[in-house]
Structure formats: C-alpha cells, structure tokens
Design a protein around this ligand. Sequence first.
Ligand code: AMP
Ligand code: MG
Length: 409
Amino acid sequence: MSLLPVKEALDRILVSFDVLDSVHVPLKETVGRVLAEEIVAATDLPLFDNSSMDGFAVRASDVISAGSATPIRLPVVDDIPAGTMPTHQLQAGEAARIMTGAPLPVGADAVVPVEETDVHERAKETTLPESVAILKAAQVGANIRKRGDDIKRGDCILPKGLRLRPQDLGMLAMLGIADVPVIRKPRIALLSSGDELTPIGQPLGEGKIYDVNSYTLGALLKANGCEIIPLGVAADTPTAVEAALANAKDADLIVSSAGVSMGVFDFIKETIEKNGNLNFWRINMRPGKPLTFGHYQKTPFIGLAGNPVSAFVGFMIFVRPVIKKMLGNPKDDRQLSRAILAEAIQSDGRESYLRAKVTRENGSLTARLTGHQGSGNLFSMVQANALLIVPAGVKSLPAGTEVDVWLLD
Ligand code: AMP
Ligand code: MG
C-alpha cells in the first residue's frame, strides 16, 4: 500500500465540509466567534459634535487675542455635562461650560480646556461660574470631535470572517449592535479509545495510563472555537465503541484518537465501516501515519493516530483546516516562517513535523529540536514552540540549512 501525500489526504477530507450556518449571539458572548456578515456603520460616529476636553465652548473669533497677559472674560451662559443637550445657542461674546463627550452648543466652534482658563482649580469651582477668563487663543475646531470624524454612515467597519477580538466587541457596542451575526460553533464529538486509558483522578491500575488525548484535543477544539460533545473513553470492544458513538448524533464531526492501527483490538475501524463508510489511509507523514476518514451514519469522522504527539500533529494538519472551513475561513492561515537549523537532522523520507524550539538569534530565526522525536514523547511538544517541517523525500539536513517552521504560539 503506497503512502498518501499529506496535501492529498487533506484535500479529500475538506471536500466533505462546508461553512456552517450563522446565528445571532448577544454581544458579550462573541469574543473569539467568527463574524458571519460584514458590519456596515448605520450612523456617523461620533453621532454629534462634542467636546474632547472639560472646558468652555466659545467662538474662536471671540478669543483670538487671548493670552495669559491679555485674558478675555466671557459670561458663562450654559452648563453642559456629558449626556445632556445644550439649552442655549451660543451668541458672540458668550461661553458655555462643557464636559468631555458633551454635545457642542450650536454657535460654538472651539472648546478652551479648563486649564487655559481662570477656573482650572475644578474642585473649588463645582458651581457654575458667572464668567470665565480665557487665557489662550483657540483655533476654530479646537478640542471638538466632529460628527462623522471617526466613521461615516455606510463605512465597512468589520469584515465578514473576522474572529472577534475585545476591541471589535467595543466597536460593535459603539454601533449599538446588541445581537451579532456569527457562524455557529462547530459541534465536535471527541472520543478516546483503548482499554489501557484511565480517566485522570482515578488511581492507575497495572499496565494502565492516563487518557491524554481527550485533554489535548479538547483544548485544541476549544481554542479553535468549537463546542465539544465529550464521548469519553471507549474500551476496545465493538459494543463500547458503538455505545460511545451513539452520542455523536448532533455532531458536525467526530474526532477520535487511537484504535485505528492494525492491532487486533482496534475496533473503531470495524464499527465505522459497519455503520457508514471508512477510508483507512497510510499518510506519507511523521508522526501520525495512520489516518482514517469516513462517515459514521451521516456524521463525518476523522480518526487520528493514538500516540499523544501524533494526535496533536494530526489535529493541526487535518482537523484544524476542517474547523476553519466550517467557520468560513478556508485559507491556509498557518504561521509559516523560515528558520536556520542549529543542528543536523535526520528524517526517514516522510513529510515530517518535528518538535522544535525557534528563537530569534542575530536577527534571524534559529530552530533546534526539543529532544527525542518519539510520537509518544509529549514532553518534546511541551518544550516546542514550532513544528519544523521536513519535506517528503528528504532524509537528512545539515546544520545551517534553511527550513520551514510552523510557529504555534
Ligand atoms: P493505538 O492506535 O490504539 O494502538 O494507540 C497507539 C498508542 O497511543 C498506544 O501506546 C496507546 O496507549 C497510546 N494512546 C492512545 N490513545 C491515547 C490517549 N487518549 N492518551 C494517551 N495515550 C494514548
Ligand atoms: Mg489502542
């Protein structure tokens, strides 16, 4: 059986998936969600001319000759806190006290900051002064935020497909959007399999190990914006596997690890085949050569190799792009860079994803492996900040070679 190239396997998997529907979600729950529609401003922002300082609204022409030695005294005719509309139209020779964010009165064209007046000791001056001395000239427009200065009605504010960040939530709030159209979270059923696997929190029996992949894969799914349907750990019997998979009905995808090699007790394959269809591929990659893809009943199924590093790398290569596609981002958005090898490395001719630490040294990136590359050695993954990619067909690379690195942080 010949080995299937990574890219070809991924392409075959991706055709089975499409972008999910959109839903409206309350704004405060949308951080990390993917915007399903472009957001266009329905109003200008700011919505009204307002002051950017605490001070006095004036007509600039009235204070043209103001200076500390030549103060200009104006009667204060109005008091405008933020959130309140002015009650007066400002006439020539008048001033109105105004706070940051308060609407500018009609007739005013500048704001003189309180520091440039004789009432700058604000604590003492809580009552409205009858008059104010302006100690500095102001230009037309000074300290005024004009309507539409930041955003014009009809401007595109946030693009479709954006993964919402905290500042985007603030922007949506500024536009008054309470319910945000986002793409539904992919629902991923997650299964571990193997008689040896013990849930953490329980004592380990002889010959047993803790279930690792549920945690790694679960965290990867969460970090990639998915909702998880936990199927737990299935024992190595057809009944246990079937019972676990029965809970995956509402899933968009089942991700399982282990139980898909050639072992006598690997029942995942058999169970899926009986209730759907399954491809078993040997991928031209390292780690994670065995990969299964198919459907359990109508639900797509990806079976990753069981060793903890293989499961992690398999997720990054085959599951992550599927999730991205469901979330409307089919582009390859991996953080790929070039780095110089600090040491010679050997490979076996398969496309290899080696655990590496990439550092910046003398202005360029340098890559070193993080210990032995056994597919069960999760510690190598823990110490890594990148996957070093050795292309298919390459068996050794001397120190100093430039290689592709996939930055993970
Ligand atoms: P298998 O494909 O079932 O033969 O599993 C391959 C290797 O991965 C075995 O050594 C398993 O014990 C190990 N393994 C499988 N699943 C897990 C898991 N969830 N956590 C930790 N190790 C696992
Ligand atoms: Mg097993």
